[in-house]
Ligand binder design. Structure first.
Ligand SMILES: *Cc1c(COP(=O)(O)O)cnc(C)c1O
Length: 377
């Protein structure tokens, strides 16, 4: 079967290989069969290896849902009675975490930082030192909206110094930028199958410390469906998800992970870096400006500012590229129009070069001046 290959430069779901797509075509199976439980058991064990987690100390728990389910689950499940969460918030995904705290009525501090800045660690330390009720420190590793990278190793060390656990959203970095939970001081991290492991949507996973999950059995149960301990305990007892798993998505994730290990952690990061270098070369050649300085970028997302050309029309440019198999993604951040070019997925530098050929034609087609123009701001 021929499947059209689209190049997705949006921030996930990403371009997948045909072998991952085809892995979903399997004989029908009831997910309560031992054969399926065995597959999930191996998948859970293999996921630990993506972040070098010791299986004696860490476990992984699968959920049926998009990546946001992980944020919801970690926050509502891992907070002891009478304690507080510190959210280090410099982007849309950490703001989402703070919103989840509001929805569950969890006591929290939303430490708002400008979205184009990494946190001031001295300030984080001061907050932790002043407030012994903080039991959970949370931040996003890679803020996908802007491409900002947060210093998780340093934040995790501070959390531990003050006796808090460290939970970080690694949805758009895990299995892309190398992570080592021990060295990076991570107690809980998370991702979903359509990002770093380049599989399909609908399966998410949390990797975290088994002892902390077991301790959380005694914490308030704030959700019936989205409780970490309940899902963990069911997996431990039966090998299965508490409720119906996304069966075909699990098969795709197993194949995606197999391909991840075949490519290898370092080679994959090198490929993402090649892709990002090609993106930056294309951005620079057309005179575009980015939202963030490159020193604080993850190297996985380029957030590009809309030029001030009256002929600039994102929709038209998007549609021109989309019709030719390339997807770009809009986003308004801090009042500035911008679009994103992302280095996720099963693509390489050549795909980005092909994209820029089409993109340049799209700009010309709209009458956008090249190099693009910006008013002085
Ligand atoms: C993609 C992503 C998520 C998950 O978003 P969903 O829309 O629920 O899939 C969470 N955090 C980060 C940083 C992400 O990039």
């Amino acid at each position: 079967m021929e499947i059209k290959r689209n190049i997705l430069l949006n921030p996930g779901p990403a371009t997948t290989t045909d072998t991952v797509k085809m892995a979903q075509i399997v004989p029908d199976i009831c997910p309560r069969e031992r054969e399926f439980a065995d597959k999930m058991r191996k998948l859970r064990a293999d996921l630990l290896k993506t972040v070098h987690a010791d299986p004696e100390e860490y476990t992984s728990v699968l959920f049926c849902g998009s990546g946001t389910i992980n944020i919801d689950v970690c926050l509502n499940s891992l907070l002891p009675e009478g304690k507080k969460i510190l959210v280090i918030d410099n982007g849309a995904y950490s703001t989402r975490a703070a919103d989840i705290c509001v929805y569950y009525g969890l006591d929290h501090i939303d430490l708002k930082i400008p979205i184009n800045e990494q946190p001031d660690l001295a300030l984080v330390e001061k907050i932790l030192a002043d407030d012994p009720a903080i039991a959970l420190v949370y931040t996003t590793h890679h803020e996908t909206g802007t491409g900002l990278l947060n210093p998780i190793r340093e934040i995790g060390a501070l959390a531990h110094k003050y006796g808090a656990i460290f939970v970080t959203d690694t949805t758009s970095s895990l299995a892309m930028r190398p992570i080592d939970v021990k060295k990076d001081n991570v107690d809980f991290c998370m991702a979903s199958a359509q990002k770093g492991i380049m599989a399909m949507t609908g399966l998410s996973f949390i990797i975290g410390k088994r002892a902390e999950i077991e301790r959380s059995a005694a914490y308030p149960k704030r959700s019936y469906y989205c409780n970490l301990y309940r899902q963990y305990a069911y997996f431990e007892k039966t090998g299965e998800m508490h409720f119906t798993p996304p069966v075909q998505t699990v098969y795709a994730a197993i194949q995606g992970l197999k391909e991840y290990f075949e490519e290898g952690e370092e080679a994959k990061w090198a490929r993402h870096t090649r892709v990002m270098n090609a993106i930056r070369a294309g951005v620079d050649a057309l005179g575009f400006r980015e939202f963030l300085p490159r020193e604080i970028q993850s190297g996985l997302v380029s957030a590009v500012l809309y030029p001030d050309d009256p002929n600039w029309n994102f929709e038209k440019i998007h549609d021109y590229c989309y019709e030719r198999g390339f997807t770009i993604y809009p986003g308004k951040v801090a009042g500035s129009g911008m679009f994103r070019l992302c280095a996720l997925g099963a693509i390489d530098a050549k795909d980005v070069e092909d994209f820029f050929t089409v993109f340049r034609a799209a700009l010309e087609n709209c009458g956008v001046q090249i190099p693009v123009i910006y008013n002085e701001r």
